[in-house]
Design a protein around this ligand. Structure first.
Ligand SMILES: [Zn+2]
Length: 290
């Protein structure tokens, strides 16, 4: 059975066609229409029709930021504003006359790394995205664990500091407001007055303010990830998103996590992803994989 995966992102929409041995047959990329739900639906349908033009039967999965609400069936928490509150799954199924699976980017990340990436030899995988936001997905024996209300793995909105930074979600002190890319850049600007990107900030290794910034970052990273490990005790943690390129997370970061886990034996591997930006599109294709 062929598999088609679509990664519906804020700026680009990418599609992939895999054969049954998971080899890439075809891959296409279009820009995501701005501000028009109807145009986005059209773009996804065109991409699916294009990729499936030479095959008969296939499964179809879509990766998009946000989640389908179990309460309403509509998309929520998406950073592509015009998708919020829309019955994306239902509309696409109607237009394509086909059943589809939709998952958020963190779940797609986790299943892609667990099935064909760095974590393919582990059965219980916690995949985390550290980027514009902080998300996570749990994969157990090749299947995404959704939880009763579809929020399993959402460690980015656990409270890290009571009365801490204000979060868009309406709470205070969420993990995301401390260790997402924008949060870390903002903190650096508060400390130094300099507006720099994360990749510029990490070049300042000799600067004493940098050491303070880094210590705060690592403390927050260590505490929040240790909290998750205490509950899930996964076989492996895989890091994705822009921050997964920060090298010190894989030595000093891991040590901070280990220091805070509630166990005298901690050896959870914390690994860098191997699929990079492709995890969304591969994960989408793998949603129906068994
Ligand atoms: Zn929050």
């Amino acid at each position: 059975m062929y598999k088609i995966g679509i990664d519906l992102g804020g700026t680009k929409t990418e599609g992939i066609l895999l054969d049954d041995s998971l080899k890439t047959v075809e891959r296409k990329r279009l820009s995501t229409p701005k501000d028009s739900y109807e145009e986005i639906i059209k773009t996804v349908c065109n991409l699916v029709n294009d990729l499936s033009s030479k095959i008969n039967d296939f499964t179809l999965g879509i990766c998009t930021p946000g989640a389908i609400s179990k309460k309403t069936g509509f998309l929520k928490n998406s950073n592509t504003q015009c998708l919020i509150g829309k019955p994306l799954k239902e509309d696409l199924e109607k237009k394509l006359d086909k059943k589809i699976s939709i998952e958020n980017d963190a779940n797609c990340f986790a299943i892609s790394e667990a099935t064909m990436g760095i974590a393919k030899n582990y059965s219980f995988v916690f995949g985390i995205i550290l980027g514009t936001g902080v998300g996570g997905g749990i994969v157990i024996d090749g299947k995404i664990h959704h939880g009763r209300t579809n929020i399993a793995g959402e460690w980015g909105h656990q409270t890290l500091h009571q009365n801490g930074n204000i979060c868009y979600c309406g709470k205070k002190g969420c993990v995301e407001t401390y260790i997402s890319g924008p949060a870390l850049e903002k903190r650096w600007e508060e400390m130094t007055g300099k507006h720099q990107t994360l990749s510029e900030i990490v070049q300042n290794s000799e600067n004493s303010k940098f050491l303070t910034w880094k210590k705060e970052f690592l403390d927050n990273f260590g505490t929040s990830l240790a909290n998750v490990i205490d509950i899930l005790d996964p076989d492996v943690v895989v890091l994705g998103g822009g921050l997964s390129n920060i090298e010190f997370l894989y030595h000093e970061g891991i040590q901070k996590v280990y220091d805070k886990v509630f166990s005298d034996l901690v050896d959870t591997p914390i690994l860098k992803n191997s699929l990079g930006d492709s995890s969304g599109v591969f994960g989408a294709a793998l949603l129906n994989y068994d």
